[in-house]
Design a protein around this ligand. Structure first.
Ligand code: ZN
Length: 343
C-alpha cells in the first residue's frame, strides 16, 4: 500500500505535497471543531462559575444525559437533524456554529500562516489566541461581561508569541510584529478606551444627559442665589439630598467595560499597533451599524426598549479580521490619505 503510494507519487500521478497539504488542513479542521466544542463549555459555564470538567452534557429540555456517540462536534448535530435523540426538542444551532467557526478559522490560520514554510508553531499559537477571542466574544454577547481568567489567558498567549518572535523571526504577517510594535499595540487602543469609557463618558453623561444631575445643579443654584424663607430653604435642601441619593444609587455611567479595555490591551500585544488600530475601526464600523439597526427595530416596537448592547463581540470580530488583514488595511488607508512622494 505504502509502496504503491510512493510509486504513484514518483510517477507524478499524485502530487505528494498537495496530498500532505490537504491532509494537514483536514486534521486541523477536525482538531478545530473539537476545540470549538470545548469553547462552547467555556462560553456557557465560566460566567456562572461552574466547573469545566465535572458535569456531563445534557439536553437543555428533557435533561437526558447525552450519549458519548452523540457528542461528536458538528457532525452529531447534523446527523440528528438538530434535535435531541430522546425528546426531539430542537437543539440550538449555536453550539455547532461555534464548532464549525472554530474549525474553519483554524484552517484559514494555518493556510494564512503558510505552515508549509513556517512550521506549525506560529499558526498553533495564533489558533490558541483566536480560541480565547471566540470565548470572550460570545460571553460578552450573552452576558455583557468577559471572564477575567480568559482575558488573562489571551494576554499570556500574546506575550508568548511576542517572546517567540524575538527568538524565531518569521515571515508570517501576524507574527511579523516586533516587540516594540506589540508594546505600542498594548497601549494604543486600550488607553484611549480607558479614557473615553471611564472619564469622558461619565463626565458627558453628568453634564449633558442625566436629568438628576441637571435638577440637582438647578436646586443648588436656587439655594445660592435666590432669597428664600427658612421653610422654602429646608424644602429645597431636602429635594437636593434626595437627588444626590438617587445619583449615588445609580452610580456613574461608563462607556466601555473594563473587559473591553483589557481585551484590546492583550490583542494589541498580539497584533502590533497597526493591526490593533485596524481591528478597532472594524469594530466601530460594525458596532455603529448594529446600533442603528437596533435603534430602527426598537423604534417600531412599542413600550420600553433597551438600546444598550455589548461592544465586545464587535471587537472580537475586528481582532480576528485584523489577524489576517489588519496591517494591510492600515497601510492601504495610510496610502490613501498621504500624498505619494515624487520620484
Ligand atoms: Zn431532550
Amino acid at each position: 500500500m505504502n509502496y504503491a503510494f510512493t510509486a504513484l507519487a514518483a510517477s507524478g500521478m499524485i502530487d505528494l505535497e498537495a496530498v500532505l497539504f490537504v491532509g494537514v488542513c483536514v486534521m486541523v479542521f477536525f482538531f478545530g471543531i473539537c476545540i470549538g466544542s470545548f469553547l462552547n463549555v467555556c462560553i456557557l459555564r465560566l460566567p456562572m462559575g461552574e466547573s469545566l470538567t465535572k458535569q456531563n452534557s445534557h439536553c437543555m429540555t428533557c435533561g437526558t444525559e447525552i450519549k458519548r456517540y452523540d457528542l461528536i462536534p458538528l457532525f452529531s448535530w447534523l446527523i440528528l437533524g438538530g434535535k435531541c435523540r430522546a425528546c426531539k426538542a430542537p437543539i440550538s444551532p449555536r453550539y455547532s456554529i461555534v464548532e464549525g467557526l472554530t474549525g474553519v478559522i483554524f484552517v484559514l490560520t494555518f493556510v494564512n500562516c503558510d505552515f508549509v514554510n513556517n512550521g506549525f508553531l506560529y499558526p498553533a499559537l495564533v489558533c490558541l489566541f483566536i480560541a480565547g477571542v471566540i470565548v470572550v466574544g460570545f460571553q460578552d454577547f450573552d452576558t455583557q461581561h468577559m471572564t477575567t481568567s480568559v482575558l488573562f489567558y489571551i494576554g499570556i498567549v500574546a506575550f508568548a508569541t511576542r517572546v517567540l518572535s524575538i527568538v524565531r523571526p518569521t515571515r508570517f504577517r501576524a507574527c511579523d510584529v516586533t516587540v516594540l510594535d506589540g508594546i505600542i499595540g498594548f497601549f494604543c487602543v486600550s488607553v484611549p478606551l480607558l479614557i473615553i469609557g471611564f472619564v469622558i463618558t461619565p463626565l458627558f453623561y453628568k453634564l449633558f444627559i442625566s436629568e438628576e444631575h441637571k435638577s440637582l445643579k438647578n436646586l443648588k443654584k436656587r439655594l445660592k442665589t435666590e432669597k428664600l424663607s427658612d421653610k422654602e430653604r429646608a424644602k429645597l435642601e431636602k429635594a437636593a439630598e434626595e437627588k444626590l441619593a438617587v445619583i449615588k444609587e445609580n452610580g456613574p455611567v461608563y462607556g466601555f467595560g473594563m473587559g473591553d479595555v483589557l481585551f484590546m490591551a492583550a490583542s494589541g500585544l498580539m497584533l502590533g499597533w497597526k493591526a490593533c488600530v485596524s481591528a478597532t475601526f472594524i469594530a466601530i464600523i460594525l458596532g455603529a451599524t448594529a446600533a442603528i439597526v437596533i435603534k430602527i427595530k426598537n423604534s417600531k416596537t412599542e413600550g420600553e426598549t433597551d438600546n444598550a448592547f455589548a461592544f465586545g463581540p464587535f471587537l472580537a470580530i475586528g481582532v480576528v479580521a485584523a489577524l489576517f488583514f489588519g496591517a494591510d488595511i492600515f497601510d492601504w488607508y495610510v496610502g490613501l490619505i498621504t500624498v505619494p512622494e515624487m520620484m
